[in-house]
Design a protein around this ligand. Structure first.
Ligand code: AMP
Ligand code: MG
Length: 415
């Protein structure tokens, strides 16, 4: 196939067409844990001081510094212990000069105290306590607002909420936050030869690898994924399934049935709707592609080829960036590194090839990449072994050993 072949669309054209028609989802108020991994759509300020009151940083004794200023191991100071303040104590305590209160980490500092003596500096007494070291003024006391001041800006809109942000939001009392929600993605496998993984596989049948694989991939990209059972190559069943699923879908992914075969039902059914364009993309694997919008909400639909590696590479190149756009996540694309190719590779002119590869980012002479054996588009074992996709651009006809090439980093770990 030559670059000039008029029926081929380039990878970049097809991707641009997709990204042109996919938008960040409207912000939604969601529960804090649901917001994990999503992009914040509001500026968050603290409603209150944090800590909200002065409290103890240690298990020990609340004291007045002046009372124990002379304490040392050689001449300890003894004070009466007039009470106990556990964490969670909700009654305000007060003490007089010359007294001590036993206090636990996080418990409110009593009025009249100005330091905490850690239990390790004492005889741990409960009626009286012997103090062997003098604290400084305010020592082991966490002051109200020393972490966060009421009204202070905490997190800016656009922040992707990781565990650290979730903890902060919880600490300032936010049970819900406004984020761009996770897109709900429906995954449909088509093919009359498909059976559920784990079911008996008869002659001519294969387990559905794409359904589970793409469900996992879309989930990892940040979507909430609904995997719909296998749909046989019957136009009516497929149409009904897609129509049923549209109510809960922000995007639909199908696999199979988009090539030039007699039972390529996805193409047959969706072509008649007139809103999905089927395209031959100048790439390998993954040449037959379809994309469009369907239903009352113009839901994006990606019709990926059936060969499992083609489906996976298509997802990586076209669907993952679209899911990230819906989430409001930047960058849209995975990291691409330049790496030294350890073997010569022939490259087909006019198309962009993605080779499953083993990428070593920690090589002495910089990143190194080796294409894996088994590049057929049905070969999943090499896909599972790969941690990178070596990109052979359209204009390259040959890579020599030692040449620098682009590699999409699928995983940072060694393959
Ligand atoms: P198709 O795109 O429907 O012509 O399918 C191309 C090849 O991919 C055929 O060998 C199919 O059996 C295989 N295939 C299609 N869908 C799946 C799937 N979900 N899981 C595993 N193999 C599949
Ligand atoms: Mg098929």
């Amino acid at each position: 196939m030559a670059a000039s072949d008029p029926v081929l669309t380039t990878v970049d054209e097809h991707l641009a067409r997709i990204l042109d028609r996919v938008y960040p989802l409207n912000p939604l108020d969601v529960q804090l844990l649901e917001a994990h991994g999503c992009v914040l759509a509001e500026d968050v300020a603290a409603a209150t001081d944090l800590p909200a009151w002065d409290n103890s940083a240690m298990d020990g004794y609340a004291v007045l510094c002046a009372d124990v200023a002379a304490a040392s191991a050689a001449s300890p100071v003894r004070l009466p212990v007039v009470g106990d303040i556990p964490a969670g104590s909700q009654v305000p305590h007060r003490m007089q000069p010359g007294q001590a209160l036993r206090i636990m980490t996080g418990a409110p500092l009593p009025d009249g105290a100005d330091a905490v003596v850690p239990v390790e500096w004492t005889d741990r007494g409960t009626r009286t306590v012997e103090i062997r070291e003098a604290p400084e003024l305010g020592q082991h006391v966490r002051r109200r607002g020393d972490d966060v001041r009421a009204g202070a800006p905490l997190l800016a809109a656009g922040t992707r909420l990781g565990p650290r942000h979730v903890a902060l939001l919880a600490a300032v009392g936010r049970a819900r936050v406004l984020v761009r929600p996770r897109p709900r993605v429906v995954v449909v496998s088509t093919g009359s030869e498909l059976v559920e993984p784990g079911a008996a596989v008869g002659f001519g049948q294969v387990p559905d690898a794409n359904g589970p694989g793409l469900t996992a991939a879309a989930r990892e990209a940040g979507a909430v994924v609904y995997r719909v059972g296998i749909v046989p190559d019957e136009p009516r069943t497929l149409l009904d399934t897609i129509e049923d699923q549209l109510v809960r879908a922000d995007a639909v992914i199908t696999t199979g049935g988009v090539s030039a075969g007699a039972y390529d039902v996805v193409k047959e059914v969706l072509s008649s709707l007139g809103t999905v364009a089927f395209t031959s993309v100048a790439m390998q694997p993954g040449k037959p592609q379809g994309f469009g919008t369907i239903g009352p909400d113009a839901t994006p639909i990606f019709t990926l080829p059936g060969n499992p590696v083609s489906a996976f590479v298509s997802f990586e190149v076209f669907v993952r960036p679209a899911i990230r756009r819906m989430l409001g996540l930047e960058p849209l694309h995975r990291r691409v590194v330049r790496a030294r190719c350890t073997s010569p590779v022939p490259s087909r002119p006019g198309i962009r090839q993605y080779l499953r590869a083993s990428l070593d980012l920690a090589g002495d002479e910089g990143p190194q990449v080796t294409p894996l054996v088994g590049q057929g588009s049905h070969m999943l074992a090499s896909l599972a072994r790969a941690n990178g996709l070596l990109v052979l651009p359209e204009d390259v006809t040959q890579v020599a050993e030692g040449d620098q090439v682009d590699v999409v980093v699928l995983e940072e770990r060694p393959a």
